[in-house]
Design a protein around this ligand. Sequence first.
Ligand code: HEM
Length: 394
Amino acid sequence: ELPGLSRRRLLGGGAVAAGAVGIGWGASGLVRREPHGDDGLDVVAFHGAHQAGIETTPPGHAAFVGFDLAPGVDRADIIGLLRIWTDDAARLTRGLPALADTEPELAARPARLTVTVGFGPDLFTVAGLPERRPPWLRPLPAFPIDRLDPAYTGADLLLQVCAEEATTVAHAVRVLSKHVRSLVTVRWVQRGFRDEPKGQTMRNLMGQVDGTVNIAARSVDFDRLVWDDGTAMPWLAGGTSLVLRRIAIDLDTWDELDTDGRELTVGRRVSTGAPLTGVDEFDEPDLTAVDRFGIPVIPPSSHVARARHTHDGERFLRRAYNYDDAPGPGQLSNSGLLFAAYQRDVDVQFLPVQQRLAEVDALNEWTTPIGSAVFAIPPGVAEPGGYLGQRLFE
Ligand code: HEM
């Protein structure tokens, strides 16, 4: 029973009460929807040493928006834009309308909203700060598996907006985009979703448990492997990097594969996500185990065997979202993964793994990278008054 529900019912609340507690009017009268897990009012703090939206438990909806800087934009314009985004994000994430918000009602349900800003390679040139660009901040090398569409590749600026409610995401993206419209053009918008019933790992649209092996939030590993310590680029201390790969999944041909084939492709069970050498999802895969014929239980070409880090320094955070967009002409579906990886150093942590998978990965038969972008994620705004990325410009 939702707290306050019966009181609101007694008060005879119609539309207003229904909106507030997540109930609505069905054909037969008052219908209570399934409880949502939270009441849409939960807030994730905007201010802090790190930007929110990375160590934050991923909420159900995300939009990644890539912008290009308009011709003629200069360093002062970029700072102005970042001040606007900082102010808007600080308000919206608290459930307050942005300044001059034309739909202030839509700001009332922050639903764990996070706004995360990233810088693409060319921003440093436009800002006149090429020497402050981290060496790993450039397009990934071309891989033979890639079929990159320019419509989903590269960008000067990134907005990553996540929340439990799709309306909240849409409103935040709209506000943040239109407030800087004279300075940027939208290059792409990529929307995704993920569902994680409490205590469970999400499933991707191939049906697999996806995200089991990861870096725990607020752990020593997270500090060590995800957050930058400013050694190479002092301005980036507390920041990180994002590699965003849009990976199409061919569900039509995947449908033809039986469960055994699916499990050998990944190296894990579809039902539980357990490695083929274990029983529980979180059992360590044993890549050396062989069956009675001497054949490896987890195929060396399986996704898990190929993706597994060969040393500690190859680990990174995965925070993927599913996408399921409108199919093109003649297509039945247009689905895949917005694969988002966060790490201190793209070249050291992400690239060797991606290179290995591009060489051999059983999963490649059904998956195709169609978009790719790399961003530096500046640190958080420690307290009110500052703006995102401030240290870069000082
Ligand atoms: C593990 C799916 C792309 C890196 C996994 C697992 C699944 C999966 C089901 C096993 C469960 C888990 O630990 O999360 C997919 C799908 C992809 C994809 C469907 C594309 C559509 C990628 C890419 C990379 C990657 C592009 C990196 C470049 C990893 C890593 C692991 C993993 C590092 C953990 C391996 C381990 O240590 O056991 N992936 N993946 N994946 N994947 Fe992927």
